[in-house]
Design a protein around this ligand. Structure first.
Ligand code: GLU
Length: 439
């Protein structure tokens, strides 16, 4: 069965870049009728926090990206230990004692000599006596996986045929000196045990994939299909990494952006398909095709989410917002008509409060100096309340006859005078909703 996972580390809030990864994996699983697993990569006890794990789940739920199963790496340390023992027994795991400073120095020397900064495997060549002496002197070492020096090849779902020379990559550290398992062994064990068939993640993971393929094989697991999506940049192509802090899903929610707008955008951005608003998850799932995504960095502009949000809100039927309107104080008898009138004029749902305030209290007239006389004449001709959908027509016809004005020169000053704004719903629909006016 097609099984995918989204594997955030609960060390912070998830942002728009994480969402892209989550969404692709979600859509692949759902399209295939498979399973989508939420995996919390919480092997780092200092940085992982329950509050972030909770926030990640809340954000995914808000978006409607439901998972079939949730797993925590911190629950699986015994399994990682067993895998480490297995690799040790097969000679694929070896202990090293260099400090970070020493490793850094080695790397600098290699770079100075024009060589790639690949770990020199000193740890692998220690004699038992040397190893024991180092342990006495420095305490337990960290453990590296011994890569087979061959080419690692796979057909990437987005990048196509890839081939990485294992000799150009350092043997990855799997276990720290303090015994903490790092992301790599945990991720590999989980991908094997949970039967992960497809892994989509950012292109910053390409080298990890190469080493993980060897570790999966060393542990006798099945290698999933890998795909690496491009990373997001800002609208000018600038790196987004520093700004991602302000692009958390919580921020987007706080700004009133709609889940379906965000999902519609992100499920197509960077692909050869046009970005169009989709109003249901099923439509997004049906149209999703990973092979349509390109490898070039993908420009993301937060502003693009605003028109899609407005458009989405405009599609909502009254039933979808009945609660919101009731909370805003719109009386139930006029709420459906109110919604029909204003829904095409909202940037976010929060805007209903402004339109309702206008309907309830009226607004100070907006009158340009050159229209003062005109508006005074119009005021005399204003039909008596209660107004109906015919009242606007009646009024404008009367004003037209009295003043000779027509078109925009007639309608716009009247709109501004009555609603205090130069934009908004069809006045025929707005007028009957105005409980008060200040003209
Ligand atoms: N926790 C890892 C990350 O957020 C997961 C990477 C993966 O998908 O394997 O980068």
């Amino acid at each position: 069965m097609t099984t995918t996972r989204f594997a955030p580390s609960p060390t912070g809030y998830i942002h728009i870049g994480n969402l892209r990864t989550a969404l692709f994996n979600y859509l692949i699983a759902r399209k295939a009728g498979g399973q989508f697993i939420l995996r919390l990569d919480d092997t780092d006890p200092e940085r992982s926090k329950q509050e972030y794990a909770d926030a990640i789940m809340e954000d995914l739920e808000w978006l409607g990206l439901t998972w079939d199963r949730v797993e925590k790496q911190s629950d699986r340390l015994d399994r990682y230990q067993a895998a480490a023992d297995e690799l040790r027994a097969s000679g694929r795991l070896y202990e090293c004692f260099e400090t970070p400073v020493e490793l850094d120095l080695k790397r600098k020397k290699q770079l100075n000599m024009g060589k790639p900064p690949v770990y020199d495997r000193s740890g692998l060549h220690l004699s038992d006596a040397e190893r024991e002496a180092l342990r006495q002197e420095r305490g337990a070492g960290h453990w590296r996986f011994k890569l087979d020096h061959e080419r690692i090849e796979w057909t990437d779902g987005i990048l196509g045929d890839l081939s990485i020379d294992a000799a150009s990559v350092s043997d990855p550290v799997l276990i720290r000196g303090d015994g903490q398992f790092l992301y790599t062994p945990a991720s590999v064990c989980d991908d094997i045990d949970f039967g992960i068939t497809n892994v989509v993640r950012g292109s910053d993971h390409v080298t990890n994939t190469a080493t993980q393929i060897q570790i999966i094989k060393a542990l006798g697991g099945n290698v999933p299909e890998f795909a690496h999506h491009s990373l997001l940049t800002g609208p000018q192509g600038e790196a987004l990494s520093k700004r991602l802090g302000t692009l958390s899903l919580r921020d987007l929610r706080a700004q009133g952006l709609e889940p379906m707008a965000i999902l519609s955008h992100m499920a197509r951005l960077g692909s050869s398909d046009p970005i169009e608003l989709r109003t249901t998850m099923d439509e997004l799932i049906d149209g999703f095709d990973l092979s349509k995504f390109g490898s070039a960095p993908t420009k993301f502009d937060l502003e693009d989410l605003r028109p899609l949000t407005a458009k989405y809100i405009g599609t909502l039927p009254y039933e979808a917002v009945a609660d919101l309107l009731a909370e805003t104080g719109v009386p139930a008898d006029i709420a459906p008509a109110f919604w029909e009138a204003v829904r095409g004029n909202l940037e976010t749902r929060a805007d209903v409060a402004d339109w309702w305030a206008l309907c309830r209290d009226g607004a100070d007239p907006m009158i340009a100096p050159e229209d003062v006389g005109f508006v005074a004449t119009a005021k005399e001709l204003l039909p008596a309340q209660p107004w109906t959908t015919d009242s606007w027509k009646e009024w404008t016809t009367a004003v037209k006859q009295a003043t000779g004005r027509k078109g925009r020169g007639l309608f716009m000053p009247l709109r501004k005078a009555l609603s205090g704004r130069d934009y908004g719903p069809d006045m025929s629909h707005l007028m009957p909703l105005l409980q008060n006016h200040r003209l």
